[in-house]
Design a protein around this ligand. Structure first.
Ligand code: AMP
Ligand code: GLY
Length: 430
């Protein structure tokens, strides 16, 4: 079988790595990919938003399954386009992908289907003064979110009313979020611990992957600026099996049923970002794809053939899949370029990648790398996702294995958090 993966980050490397293990997969293409993915797949120089070009390529190469990593092609309607041409593709259609593509759509959808989430109000640019009044009348902390896609940077948690008014001004007067900020969602601040769950669905049936925790902030102790994600681990004990049942009943099932009630179905992966509040689990956000770096920890934990699983989601046969997991934990530590998530330098040669090849259960997923004169160099903010899969030992041992590997890899200005997974070691209160 021929597979096409769309994207170029650590998540896509994890997809390629797991799909490569399937005896059914003979050839993997990746558009546009990175230096790590190039070791197991043929790179295709097509942009992720060139959905017509990707369709032509998939037809020409007789691709049996296309897997989309990032949200942009999904929100653009790549699944509808591929399916119209009889091509099998893993992901939701354009309507369902609005759960990530538009915060207003997602919030209104949750309201329609009584799915627990933060209270909210929405304001267009024309309602600037009404928005100011709302921020003044509601106590901080308060959260402002751009309606549209903003590459993970569209949400700002404001600690004071003054800060909230400043962010509002930046958005409506200075176009901080561009067009994505034409409408703004103002949300009640939720307190609690966060976790992500991943729902695989074929439109009728669903199955859950292992719950994970991301580490969005740049500094240890969840301080500093938000990033794309500095590391992840799974399974996350904060989501106990009792809590997971509640999440299924109150959030997952109403979301999938709600989509069906609106005449569409949700296929692919639904990422549910959750806050475990005192009143119970509530939705922080929906994404229409797997997380990055969460994919790097949840995909290795699957004890099964990923090609079969993703194909089943794409062809309405998930019921035939017996989804199993390894008795293990996984930890991914992201090594980033100095300066990230602001400006950073690239082109730094990476040393030590060979030194970890013999480390048991360690895989280095590349995020922002490329080959330059035969040498692997950095090419992005997030450079590597050093991942340990601890089959035999507990989370503490898996964290130690990940950091032992991280310390063997160097590049100029390499930065990483030193507390990835620590949250999973403390007793949970939920
Ligand atoms: P989002 O882009 O919606 O995932 O938001 C990014 C991050 O902002 C989340 O992972 C949370 O840490 C935080 N956040 C978003 N919405 C809220 C909220 N209503 N209450 C508290 N924190 C939030
Ligand atoms: N790790 C967060 C995301 O993929 O959106």
């Amino acid at each position: 079988m021929n597979v096409l993966i769309i994207g170029s980050g650590g998540r896509e490397h994890a997809f390629a790595w797991k799909l490569k293990q399937s005896p059914k997969v003979s050839k993997i293409y990746c558009a546009p990919g990175n230096a790590g993915i190039a070791e197991i797949a043929e790179l295709v120089p097509l942009n992720i938003d060139d959905i017509d070009g990707l369709l032509q390529f998939a037809k020409k190469k007789r691709i049996d399954l296309t897997v989309t990593g990032p949200e942009v092609p999904l929100v653009k309607g790549i699944v509808d386009l591929f399916e119209k041409h009889g091509m099998r593709i893993f992901g939701p259609g354009k309507y369902a992908a609005q759960l990530e593509g538009s915060k207003v759509f997602a919030k209104d959808f949750m309201k329609r289907h009584r799915i627990p989430t933060a209270a909210y109000a929405t304001f267009s640019r024309a309602e600037y003064s009404k928005a100011q009044q709302h921020l003044t009348a509601n106590a901080a902390p308060i959260v402002l979110k751009a309606d549209g896609l903003a590459a993970g940077k569209g949400a700002v948690v404001c600690q004071s009313t003054g800060e909230a008014l400043t962010v509002l001004r930046e958005c409506f007067e200075k176009d901080m979020f561009g067009e994505a900020g034409n409408i703004i969602v103002v949300e009640e601040f939720m307190k609690g611990e966060e976790a992500s769950i991943f729902v695989l669905s074929d439109g009728t049936h669903y199955k859950l992957l292992q719950p994970a925790q991301d580490h969005k902030q740049i500094l240890d102790g969840d301080k500093g600026k938000n990033t794309g994600g500095m590391g992840a681990y799974a399974p996350a004990p904060v989501v106990s099996s009792a809590l997971l049942k509640r999440i299924e009943k109150e959030i997952v099932v109403p979301t999938l049923n709600g989509m069906r009630a609106e005449g569409k179905s949700y296929k692919g992966c639904l990422y549910v970002g959750l806050m475990m509040t005192k009143e119970g689990p509530k939705v922080v956000e929906f994404n229409c794809r797997l997380g990055d770096p969460e994919a790097q920890v949840v995909l290795p934990l699957i004890d099964g053939d990923l090609f079969d699983i993703l194909s089943a989601c794409a062809s309405n046969s998930l019921r035939t899949i017996d989804l199993r997991f390894h008795e293990a934990s996984a930890v991914c530590v992201v090594m980033a370029s100095r300066g990230y998530p602001d400006g950073y330098e690239t082109g730094k040669p990476i040393e030590g990648l060979d030194a970890v090849l013999s480390d048991d259960g360690v895989v280095v997923f590349h995020a922002g790398t490329k080959k330059e004169n035969g040498k692997t160099v950095s090419s992005g903010g997030r450079v590597l996702g050093v991942t340990a899969i601890g089959y035999g030992h507990d989370l503490e041992g898996t964290i130690a294995a990940a950091y032992t590997a991280v310390k063997k890899i160097t590049f100029d200005g390499a930065y990483y958090r030193s507390d990835i997974g620590i949250k999973g070691l403390k007793p949970t209160t939920a």
